[in-house]
Design a protein around this ligand. Structure first.
Ligand code: FES
Length: 120
């Protein structure tokens, strides 16, 4: 059994203003990370789901980018408004939210989804 049931990495990479690739931090990724941490804390999941800062996840064109393990679910263009749905559907219930998937087969989820609901 791994230490956490799910592990979320949110890109908070920062590039200088005007950099052609842009960066997730300037798009608001720290706010997305904070909203997710706070909601997981409220739901009592703090010890089961870990949210970590990530450097560039090499999905800059799709930022704000995040990846959720163990399934390897890559979401792009994530906004604070998406966080509750990600927690309720993906983190708690193992569902993939199709509209948030990065539209590139290189980022396709790699494992079967599972639910935390009903798990001790
Ligand atoms: S800057 Fe966020 S994925 Fe590269």
């Amino acid at each position: 059994m791994s230490r956490y049931d799910r592990h979320v990495f949110v890109c908070i990479n920062e590039r200088p203003k005007g950099h052609p690739k842009g960066c997730c931090l300037e798009k608001g990724s720290a706010e997305v990370r904070d909203a997710m941490k706070s909601l997981l804390h409220e739901r009592g999941l703090k010890n089961r789901v870990r949210v970590n800062n990530a450097g560039c996840l090499d999905a800059c064109a799709h930022g704000i980018s995040m990846v959720i393990y163990p399934e390897g679910i890559w979401y792009g263009r994530v906004k604070v408004a998406d966080v509750q749905e990600i927690v309720d559907r993906t983190i708690l219930n193992g569902e993939v939210i199709e509209r948030l998937l990065i539209p590139d087969p290189n980022y396709a989820p790699s494992r079967m989804q599972f639910s935390l609901l009903g798990k001790p």
